[in-house]
Design a protein around this ligand. Structure first.
Ligand code: IPM
Ligand code: MG
Length: 387
């Protein structure tokens, strides 16, 4: 028998339970969402990350500073550049987020973040946790909001992906019980389900949406997905006039490709891993994962990012100045809207449409055959000024 190994595994599991129960208590004690209007000053952290991150994030910052110049002048808004969230520093300190970077991040209200490199087995980097996942957990950014729009097909979806639980909560705390037996954990709490589901319904209500769809695999993953679904239908009763329905993840993946049915989906709320997968599928339909922005929202902090990678090769080849800043600029528009500058956000969305779809005076090719990110940011600002 493997008595000793089983005992060791039980001990590891016990620690995990303690940590998760402490998280439940922390969630219970949590206040409401910040009201940015009530803050004397909103601090926007700009955290470039790795690879092409600093180059494209710097361009997005220029655009935001342009749109917020009056607010910066009066001191209502402040920008703060946060360096050091690089794979080199993270590997050196063996930390998903270096301690000083985390301290700086916590002095901000909202953060615009560039891509960060996630090491994986076999690439010669130490096994550190993804900076993204760590930031979501550290700042308790529980709602990952990912809009996907394809106007010519009548598609206007908003995904509310749970961002702190599911398979991600204890992703690095799985147990290798013996050489032959590995076990991972997936986690759902009542508080965690409640807050993401409510956020989705509140969004629907505030934006005139009439349908909220939950996606799970509750027929198989009965305990955690079952809890998610049970909370979903309980909360749905509080929202008159909004239809609530649910689909299993497998058929939902297929339905997003069904041209007859897919435009009927509006707001979709789902556990972490399903949200991770299906939002890549949805973004691909919109024109590629590089076209999507993502908002990571918590009660106290919020972080906005592009969902593409850090393209280290572009930096090695000296091409980072040609990297396409559109998706971080789009994330910047989401940030503006989140902190209450809806009008400025719309000006920016509109300029992005003009510059990337209707007028397209500049083309980014990722190399010297196209415009630089700085030229593109100039083009965006000129377009805002003209419209
Ligand atoms: C995303 C990404 C991340 C995730 C990675 C980079 C850890 O795929 O934001 O969707 O899995 O959440
Ligand atoms: Mg993903």
């Amino acid at each position: 028998m493997n008595t000793q190994q089983i005992e060791a595994a039980k001990e590891q599991f016990g620690k995990l339970l303690e940590k998760q129960l402490a998280r439940v208590e922390a969630m219970k004690a949590q206040g409401d969402f910040v009201n940015y209007k009530e803050l004397d000053k909103i601090t926007i952290g700009v955290c470039g990350g790795d690879g092409i991150g600093p180059a494209i994030t710097g361009q997005a910052q220029r655009v935001l500073e342009y749109l917020l110049k009056d607010e910066v002048a009066t001191g209502k808004v402040e920008f703060k550049v946060i360096d050091g969230l690089t794979i080199e520093r993270r590997a050196e300190e063996m930390a998903a987020i270096p301690a000083d970077v985390l301290t700086e991040l916590k002095t901000c209200d909202v953060i615009l973040k560039g891509p960060t490199t996630t090491p994986r087995k076999g690439d010669g980097l130490p096994n550190i946790e993804s900076a993204n996942v760590a930031m979501r957990k550290e700042l308790d950014l529980f709602a990952n909001v990912r809009p996907v729009r394809i106007p010519e097909q009548g598609i206007d979806w908003t995904f509310y992906r749970e961002n702190t639980e599911g398979g991600y909560a204890a992703g690095k705390e799985g147990v290798s019980v013996t050489d032959d037996l590995g076990i991972d954990f997936t986690i759902a709490t009542s508080q965690g389900c409640d807050r993401i589901i409510r956020a989705a319904f509140e969004f629907a209500k505030a934006n005139g949406k009439t349908r909220v769809t939950a996606v799970t695999k509750a027929n198989i993953i009965k305990t955690t997905d079952g809890k998610f679904l049970e909370n979903f239908y309980r909360i749905a009763k509080e929202y008159d006039g909004i239809t609530a329905d649910d689909w299993y993840i497998d058929i939902m993946t297929a339905k997003l490709l069904d041209e007859q049915r897919r435009r009927d989906f509006e707001v979709v709320v789902l556990p972490n891993l399903y949200g991770d997968i299906i939002t890549d599928e949805a973004a691909e339909l919109q024109g590629g994962v590089g076209t999507a922005g993502s908002a990571n929202i918590g009660k106290k902090y919020a972080m906005f990012e592009a969902i593409h990678g850090s393209a280290p090769r572009m930096v090695q080849e000296g091409r980072d100045i040609y990297a396409d800043p559109c998706s971080v600029i789009r994330a910047g528009a989401m940030l503006l809207s989140h902190i209450g500058y809806t009008e400025k956000a719309n000006q920016l969305y509109n300029a992005l449409d003009i510059c990337t779809v209707t007028e397209k005076k500049l083309v980014l090719t990722g190399r010297d055959t196209g415009a630089t990110g700085a030229e593109f940011a100039d083009y965006i600002m000129e377009t805002i000024a003209k419209n």
